[in-house]
Design a protein around this ligand. Sequence first.
Ligand SMILES: Cc1ncc(COP(=O)(O)O)c(C=O)c1O
Length: 398
Amino acid sequence: MRRLIPPVPVLALASFGGRARPALPSLLDGNAVQLVSSGRIAIGMALRALGIGPGDTVLVPAYHSLSMIPPVHWCGASVIFYRIHSDTTADLDDITRLLGPRVKAVIVTHFFGFPQDLTGLRALCDTHRIGLVEDCAHCFFGAHDGVAVGSSGDYAIGSSMKFFPIFEGGCLVSRRHKLPGHLHGAGAGFEAKAALGALESAFSYGRLTPLRLMLALPLQLKGTLWTRMKQRSARIAGGGTAPVLAPASSDSSVEFDPRWVDKRSSWFSRAVLRLAGGARIVARRRRNYLALESALAGAPGWRALFATLPDGACPWVFPLLAEYPEALFARLQAAGVPMVRFGASLWPGVDAATCANSAALGRQLFGLPCHQELNDAESAWLADTVRIALEQTARAPT
Ligand SMILES: Cc1ncc(COP(=O)(O)O)c(C=O)c1O
């Protein structure tokens, strides 16, 4: 049976359960926090706060999301890619080799929600007086050896929409500096779009059904109004750029639109961040991760990227390395399994010669959902479907 399960957290009544303090530190624990519309906008703002500009170079992991690069270019700086080890940790020897007078900042990523030890990199940046941007897009909660995520970088960024049931959201935080500047609202159209986007996504996966019935008529009206507004703004723009109601980052695009710099995240997203239980998010993600790991144990043709789930980790996804990735991909896709193939597309020019580990991970890695809003039936379906796909792939790997 082909089923649709939510690839990302969707809003449910249970989302607001258990408001105890999370067992792990959160990016929002520091007092310098700006809630913006995406992680990439926060990267641009972090680099700007570090004074990065034309002629400067920023070191970025060769294993990356394509959305991490345009914010560097927006500052006028260029990118040099550094190698990572096979466990995704930054290769400090390679970073040291790449340092030069133009290098003004390093971006380091805690991949998949597994916090890295940044002691060495922090010391290197201090010695060379360069900025460190801690990319916590996959790691909203966590600590490594008691050091909270987001506390090693001069600035840290998060992608709240990967961890909370919201339509848009990212954050810029710092435990070391004040955050310069003020945020502005992005308008009533954006506020409405952010709220309705989150609700519609919940409805489409069978959540909040009574509310869906109550809102059926207003949503239909909104649909009509929306189409008219889009047509009108396209006419006004005369074929040029129409005003945007929501950032492209909410549509799995990798685009960086500077119009969202200094724009506040919506009221709806901020309310969900405040009300959703961090403790529940951490506990359920860890539980779903471990349940999937044990359900797949013994199935052929895979291994987990990380041998264990450390106490300080709150996973974004379950990163699985496949022996026959293409055959497995075709089967999982046909079965309707949502997955992230992180790093499958790297920035032009980045290949195995730049970093063999990044190229291999991009080819072999499948990020399977383990988010807090998967219910028991969905988790069981996911585990069964992936297990069957692995067994079939092992029998017919091409
Ligand atoms: C490692 C990493 N950094 C930054 C980003 C940018 O986050 P956002 O999509 O919220 O702009 C992403 C997005 O997937 C990412 O994977």
